[in-house]
Design a protein around this ligand. Structure first.
Ligand code: HEC
Length: 96
């Protein structure tokens, strides 16, 4: 498989540092929602980024706005879209 764009690799890394413990190793959901379904059916790109940065603290989704830059949230979004469409397979993406 061709190496994904650097942004996608960066998104994978950020996801695995911050998100996988609740959203599942491969973003398939683990208690917290399956984010691959989220990007396909529930949230637009800007809705996703707003949700990540603002969180839903009353529902167990932490606020990430003090930890992540908007651009980093965007990269996580790009990684999840690549997984959701199947362009990127499971596990650690090959790096360029
Ligand atoms: C401590 C556990 C936890 C962590 C860590 C976490 N989340 Fe969540 N997240 C949740 C829960 C629980 C929900 C569901 C909230 C609800 O019911 O509305 C959620 C919801 C979301 C949603 C909305 C999903 C939807 O379909 O409505 C997005 C987007 C999201 N999280 C992204 C992220 C990202 C990106 C990260 C890493 C930066 C992250 N989350 C880290 C627990 C977590």
């Amino acid at each position: 498989m061709a190496a994904p764009a650097d942004e996608v690799f960066e998104g994978w890394k950020l996801f695995h540092i911050h998100c996988f413990r609740c959203h599942g190793f491969d973003a398939e959901g683990a208690g917290a929602p399956n984010l691959r379904e989220t990007v396909k059916t529930r949230l637009t790109r800007s809705g996703f980024i707003v949700t990540v940065l603002g969180g839903r603290p009353e529902r167990g989704m932490p606020v990430w706005g003090e930890v992540l830059q908007p651009q980093e949230a965007e990269r996580i979004y790009q990684y999840i879209v690549e997984r959701a469409t199947g362009r990127l397979g499971p596990g650690r993406p090959p790096s360029s």
